[in-house]
Design a protein around this ligand. Sequence first.
Ligand SMILES: Cc1cc2nc3c(=O)[nH]c(=O)nc-3n(C[C@H](O)[C@H](O)[C@H](O)COP(=O)(O)O)c2cc1C
Length: 189
Amino acid sequence: MTDTLALLKQRRSVPPQFLAAPGPEGAQLDELLAIAARVPDHGKLVPWRLVVFEGAAREQAAEVVARVFRERNPQASDDQVEFERKRLLHAPVVVAVISRAREHVKIPLWEQELSAGAVCMTMLIGAYAMGYAGSWLTNWFAFDREVLAAFGLAEDERIAGFIHLGTPTAPITDRDRPVMAEIVTRYGA
Ligand SMILES: Cc1cc2nc3c(=O)[nH]c(=O)nc-3n(C[C@H](O)[C@H](O)[C@H](O)COP(=O)(O)O)c2cc1C
């Protein structure tokens, strides 16, 4: 329990540029994905699914991002295109958490979408508990239907996050955290 608290108090994201191999793979990655799927889910709708980008397939995904970026930005330099291509290539493994929230008689869309966020955060925490680090990012291509179609998403599916996972290559500095007195009030006080 103490370890859990220490992890939660210290955890901070590591940008993909500072993530290298090893990352979770094989049975350990499967274990992490099962941990991530263990989240509150009103109505047990499982309104999300996961797509793993690893190995050679990651290069194909990166090529899709580069191609669509060039298409959208014909004036872009080769360096800029390379920069975009690398977005999915820094971390050894990237997991897309896909929201497949759908209108339901009882469960609001909002609650289904929140559940997808819980998957993202649980995956990140689980990865840190395994000794890895990571980042929860979207980036422009998370909102680009051509990229998403190439990644196998249906029209009514959305990216909750790309979870980039690996081992940090540099010390990580923290960022400013919320001033608790500014965000916490006590009802009735
Ligand atoms: C849904 C979501 C999408 C995000 N997308 C991006 C992004 O595209 N680019 C970026 O620089 N940060 C993005 N972030 C923020 C990073 O995760 C950020 O580095 C993080 O807030 C650092 O906080 P932490 O150290 O507490 O984990 C996103 C965060 C969330 C929750």
